[in-house]
Design a protein around this ligand. Structure first.
Ligand code: HEM
Length: 345
């Protein structure tokens, strides 16, 4: 097949995903900031680079760290694929969180879109868990102890804690079985469920009447799907350039193997969980690690049922929206606790 016919197949596929005419106000970059599209693209990039890493990574306690070292230092361009995988995964999490904030601040969950909001929330939780299951695959001392601290939180859940711990970890402590289980969930179980949900999430947008728009925009000016695809391709190329640059200049840490490392003075969780790590210093584990994250999650899930201001959909002026200040305070608290966990040792 020639290069140009290859291009046209991809283009035709991209065009096919969109409805024939798209309201111009919904497609404005300043409305969505392309964040949903960015999440889709970084998910694809993370998946592709993850599949390439599978050819070299070995999930046993004896070989996991060695294979990571080989990927980083011996295999040609192994370091680069590892970096691309790491950075596209970070972009994915950040894009998904910002996308959720955009949805809340523009009322994207109003007018029948609340179900898709819940699908999105499940996706976000899946992304966090996928990130958590990827970290210990390094099998270095830092990620190992972060895994010990993180999984010990499960034990603190009343009644079901001990059983759930055994189910997730595969034993009464962290062993090779844990590594294999985390590997299985990280490379197949979680991405498989996420893929199905992403496809459904996007199908659902069309079913809900397209991306939200403001009141009075019921007979909106439209753009063609060709015009939208052009914008999307530009966004993808910009994101790709960003991830490539990050990957060239910053290699994620790989510490000493669990067996050869001296005892660590301080364990650092992946950045997403630094807020919880900070709270763990001052609150009982069950409160910091289970009750507070669950309460925040329930608050987010309840937003579409608490806010019924359909008139305010599609407007980036959140002052009258009841949930705005709480969202703002929670986001600020998350950022502050994450930064504090970095500096307060
Ligand atoms: C892997 C994660 C996610 C992907 C790939 C994704 C993808 C997308 C895409 C491509 C769109 C349309 C474009 C846009 O609005 O920017 C969209 C819209 C939407 N998303 Fe997501 N999303 C994700 C996570 C979430 C999360 C965490 C939430 C909320 C909790 C959410 C809720 C919604 C809703 C309600 C819409 C419709 C918005 C509207 O009509 O204004 N999504 N998503």
């Amino acid at each position: 097949m020639s290069k140009s016919s290859n291009n046209s197949v991809i283009l035709k596929f991209l065009l096919h995903l969109h409805p024939p005419r798209i309201p111009a106000s919904s497609a404005k970059f300043s409305y969505t900031f392309g964040l949903g599209g960015l999440a889709v693209f970084s998910f694809l990039l993370t998946t592709i680079t993850g599949i390439i890493l599978l050819f070299q990574y070995s999930p046993t306690p004896e070989s996991a760290h060695v294979s990571m070292e080989q990927i980083t230092t011996v295999i040609p361009y192994g370091w680069y694929i590892r970096n691309l995988h790491f950075w596209s995964a970070q972009v994915l999490v950040i894009a998904a969180v910002l996308h959720m904030l955009r949805i809340v601040l523009t009322g994207g969950y109003l007018k029948g879109r609340s179900f898709n909001f819940q699908i999105g929330l499940i996706l976000l939780v899946l992304l966090f868990i996928t990130d958590f299951t990827g970290f210990p695959l390094r099998w270095d001392a830092e990620s190992h102890w972060a895994l010990v601290v993180g999984t010990n939180l499960i034990k603190t859940i009343p009644v079901i804690g001990a059983g759930l711990y055994q189910f997730i970890v595969g034993s009464t402590e962290i062993t090779g079985t844990t590594l294999l289980r985390f590997y299985g969930w990280h490379i197949f179980g979680l991405p498989f469920i996420a893929t199905i949900l992403i496809v459904y999430h996007i199908y659902r947008i069309r079913k809900d009447g397209g991306i939200s728009r403001k009141k009075g925009d019921s007979v909106p000016a439209t753009i063609t799907k060709e015009q939208l695809v052009k914008k999307e391709v530009l966004l993808m190329l910009t994101a790709l350039a960003g991830v490539i640059l990050l990957s060239v200049f910053w290699t994620p840490h790989l510490g000493l193997s669990v067996d050869t490392s001296p005892p660590l003075a301080e364990v650092q969780a992946p950045w997403i969980f630094l807020g919880i790590q900070f709270l763990l210093r001052y609150l009982p584990p069950v409160i910091a690690g289970i009750v507070i994250p669950m309460a925040i999650l329930l608050f987010w899930a309840a937003i579409p049922y608490l806010d019924k201001q359909d008139d305010l959909q599609g407007i980036w002026s959140p002052e009258p929206r009841k949930r705005f200040w709480l969202t703002f305070v929670l986001t600020l608290a998350f950022i502050c606790s994450t930064m504090l966990a970095e500096v307060v040792v």
